[in-house]
Design a protein around this ligand. Structure first.
Ligand SMILES: C[S@@+](CC[C@H](N)C(=O)[O-])C[C@H]1O[C@@H](n2cnc3c(N)ncnc32)[C@H](O)[C@@H]1O
Length: 400
């Protein structure tokens, strides 16, 4: 907490050490924050500057809008988790009584949630207090296998231990692996990325590479590095039964999910291994790294391992975030601040999870960096593919 001190006639603010005991009953996040504050040393003092009151009001509103986003995000998580959106699918208008009866929940709680959803513009409310989901809302909040689906990204906040890990990373510079981030993150990754690495990969991404689909149909050897929960491994093995697909993934949580997912498919398997541990002989026709290279601590080593295990006429497909190495150009991205937040809370954590790591982070693999890494690993050609209906990613077709 901040204290106040006086320096001359100008009020001054004090932050830093307020050596108060950790109160019993404080939540774990506050306890950790308190401990961090107490480590910070002597308080800093500075004069309070005059402000423009209109700008101040606008800034206050801007900050509280982020707080509103945090709280509404939690409500979206509850709507998804409790099946409230699913119960409203189909577009039928319903009262809070009807939704409560259909879901078996308490009407008072359902009503409060509905009012908040209407206030947030996420559900429609008639003057008679009947609520409905527009078709577009249904796509985004219920239709799990469409590209528009977003509810899976709302996990209801972070476990206090994970927030501690982030805070600790600022102090030590060291992050944690995806495995250490735990099962909820592996689950979130599947639900967030699922449609993009499943159907979309098959129908749109793979056909955008020269001659690749024909090769896969004829029977090819495929490695999916950092395959997470194995959605892409399964999708490729099912679509190309003559090909063999092997997923490599270091996180035990993701591997367990992936192995369950590909179980029963004779041409698919998943191994717990890092990209650095790929086979040493040139056996693969296609290697994929989907949303992975900016997360690995040593992208140069993974790129070299990929070069080694790829046949001379093989191809490495990289899917990574659409970004530039010029910050001002990235400002065109309306979700830029969220992506930096994702970096601190997941991608950079993973990318900095070892001493001397490259620590790329969410927006760390723009074309110039991808090209440098590919060239250094011995690749001679890199084509950037921009897909019209994917506003978030760039695809790189990399060949020896
Ligand atoms: C953002 S997830 C993407 C997972 C999946 N490909 C997808 O698109 O949903 C990044 C994955 O990279 C994996 N990863 C991290 N370091 C790695 C390494 N050195 N080699 C291979 N994979 C790694 C993480 O465990 C994580 O599952």
């Amino acid at each position: 907490m901040c204290g106040e001190a006086r320096s001359g006639t100008v009020p001054a603010r004090v932050v830093g050490t307020v050596d108060r005991p950790i109160r019993r009953g404080m939540d774990p996040v506050s306890v950790a924050a308190d401990r961090f504050q107490r480590r910070q040393g002597p308080p800093r003092v500075w004069p309070m500057r005059p402000v423009d009151t209109d700008l101040l009001k606008a800034y206050v509103l801007k900050v509280w809008r982020y707080k509103q986003g945090e709280v509404v995000s939690l409500m979206i998580h509850l709507g998804d988790r409790l099946g409230l959106y699913r119960a409203m699918a189909g577009g039928e208008e319903m009262t809070s009584d009807q939704l409560a009866e259909q879901t078996g929940y308490s009407e008072r709680w359902v009503r409060e949630w509905l009012l908040g959803q209407a206030a947030a513009g996420l559900v429609t409310r008639s003057p008679e207090a009947r609520y409905s989901l527009e078709a577009e809302a249904e796509r985004v909040l219920v239709e799990e296998n469409t590209l528009a689906f977003a509810a899976g990204a709302f996990i209801g906040g972070f476990h206090p231990d994970r927030i501690d890990e982030m805070a600790e990373a600022f102090r030590t510079g060291l992050g944690v692996t995806y495995e250490d981030m735990g099962l909820p993150v592996a689950r979130q990754m599947d639900r967030m990325n699922g449609p993009w690495v499943g159907d979309y990969l098959i129908t749109t991404v793979l056909p955008s590479l020269d001659g690749l689909v024909e090769k896969l149909e004829g029977g090819a050897e495929v490695a999916d590095v950092g395959c997470g929960g194995g959605i892409s491994v399964r999708a490729m093995a099912e679509r190309f039964p003559s090909s063999t697909v092997v997923g490599y993934e270091p996180s035990a949580h993701a591997v367990a999910r992936a192995q369950r997912r590909v179980g029963g498919l004779a041409n698919a398997s998943v191994r717990q291994a890092r990209g650095e541990e790929l086979p040493l002989d040139a056996r693969y026709d296609l290697v994929l790294t989907l949303d992975c290279m900016h997360d690995v601590p040593f992208p140069d080593r993974v790129a070299s391992a990929i070069r080694r295990c790829l046949k001379e006429d093989g191809v490495w497909l990289i899917k990574d975030m659409k970004c530039s190495d010029v910050f001002e150009e990235n400002l065109r991205n309306p979700m830029l601040a969220m992506q930096y937040g994702y970096s601190v809370s997941a991608c950079l954590l993973s990318a900095a999870s070892a001493e001397d790591a490259a620590a790329l982070g969410t927006l760390g693999l723009p074309p110039a960096v991808a090209e440098r890494i590919a060239r250094k690993a011995g690749f001679n050609s890199l084509r950037v593919i921009r897909l019209e209906d994917d506003p978030t990613h760039l695809y790189y077709e990399v060949r020896p």
